[in-house]
Design a protein around this ligand. Structure first.
Ligand code: FMN
Length: 366
């Protein structure tokens, strides 16, 4: 049983901000404990891999709000990845687009990890129940850069150093991300990045002034190492470059100081130092294509990581329904296509990694 942080609030915003001394801080976990767990979750796997190892690696895939909206079912020669609708995020993702993109990213990671550890197979999306089936058989392990990058990849929500990407490097990213049904738009011209940036800022303003969006975001933030280690999901404050705080204080400060204006400034700083924006567009706007977008996304991110790049998502302009068509028109995206994801790519710092639930917690028994 975890102890609770005890908060003695005097009352009033000013008192709340100077609150450190009024808290009983008995944090049981340190950043060192947190980092040790993050490292353990990313331990290397060498052939022969167990199905549980593969599930652990698949779970390291990027996923919206780090809700990890998946369940895995293991049977002879097959691993099924099923949506966990209990972990949906209806405010930011009302049609479950991000949920299926996250499943696609996990499935692609599973497939890459299995091939590298001697269990190559194929992925198939099941329209009827939204599951992705990975059918595999024993084969020769095939070393791959993408496999080696699985444990290294992270979302880096920080300014980059602004150094440009060479055309050769961009070409390698485009090739790595090639998946049928999905295309990639790579923007490197500062004026084009700035124009998309304005759509992102407009969408962020809408989200940050929406009570349901804010409540959902706050629900998934993990303010302290303790809180993050307890749930092993959600958005850890330090992984976004924010200070860690006792959860009660974090929740209070979120309400008091996290505003559209302050967040927009953070995004402006991130965008101003971004040499490349990758926009993933699917040919059709349905679940099968969202899964494919997730596969392409993870291939892009793993290749970027293997080439020493950092990345972070700035998806606001594809999330807000009023802004998405404006962005699509700016980019010449055809009617019927869907802009799925917007990703910053560049060179930047390393931040604390985010945690994942253990394989045992996401595998269906029986
Ligand atoms: C479909 C999808 C949407 C996402 N949207 C955002 C976003 O808008 N902003 C953001 O900072 N991160 C976004 N992320 C990144 C996740 O928050 C991140 O993958 C998760 O917290 C796990 O952290 P990691 O990528 O460092 O492993 C998104 C990821 C996916 C797959």
């Amino acid at each position: 049983m975890k102890r609770r942080d005890v908060l003695a609030l005097g009352g009033g915003a000013a008192a709340a901000i100077g609150i450190g001394a009024a808290l009983t801080l008995r944090s049981t976990a340190s950043m060192a404990d947190y980092d040790a767990l993050a490292r353990q979750e990313r331990e290397a796997v060498s052939p022969p891999a167990s199905a549980r190892d593969l599930v652990r690696l698949a779970s390291l895939a990027p996923n919206s709000h780090n809700t990890q909206p998946w369940r895995f079912e293991i049977s002879e020669g097959r691993i099924a990845i099923r949506p966990d609708f209990a972990r949906r995020t209806p405010a930011v993702d009302p049609d479950d687009h991000h949920l299926f993109v996250s499943l696609g990213a996990a499935a692609e990671t599973l497939s890459i990890a299995a091939a590298a550890t001697g269990l190559p197979g194929t992925l198939r999306f099941e329209e009827s129940d939204g599951a992705i089936l990975f059918d595999f058989a024993a084969g020769l392990p095939v070393a791959s850069q993408l496999f080696n990058a699985i444990a290294q990849r992270q979302s880096t929500r920080a300014p980059f150093d602004g150094m440009p990407l060479t055309p050769e490097l961009i070409q390698r990213l485009v090739e790595a991300a090639a998946i049928p049904g999905v295309r990639l738009i790579m923007l490197t011209a500062p004026a084009k990045i700035a124009a998309v940036g304005e759509r992102i800022i407009d969408a962020n303003t809408i989200q940050m002034t929406n009570a349901a969006f804010r409540a959902e975001l706050k629900h998934w933030i993990r303010f302290s190492p303790d809180q993050a280690i307890e749930t092993r999901d959600g958005l850890f404050a330090a992984s976004s470059g924010n200070p860690t705080l006792p959860p009660l204080l974090g929740n209070l400060l979120f309400d008091l100081v996290v505003r559209a204006g302050s967040e927009n400034e953070r995004y402006r700083a991130q965008l101003a130092t971004t040499p490349c924006l990758a926009i993933i567009v699917s040919e059709r706007d349905d679940r099968a294509h969202w899964v494919a977008a997730g596969q392409a996304c993870q291939r892009l991110l793993l290749q970027a990581t293997a080439l020493g790049l950092k990345q972070s998502f700035v998806n606001q302009a594809v999330e807000v329904p009023e802004i998405r068509p404006l962005l699509a028109a700016d980019l010449g995206v055809a009617t019927g296509e869907r802009p799925d994801l917007i990703i910053r790519l560049g060179y930047g710092p390393e931040l604390p990694r985010s945690l994942r639930r253990p394989a045992a917690a996401v595998i269906n028994e029986g």
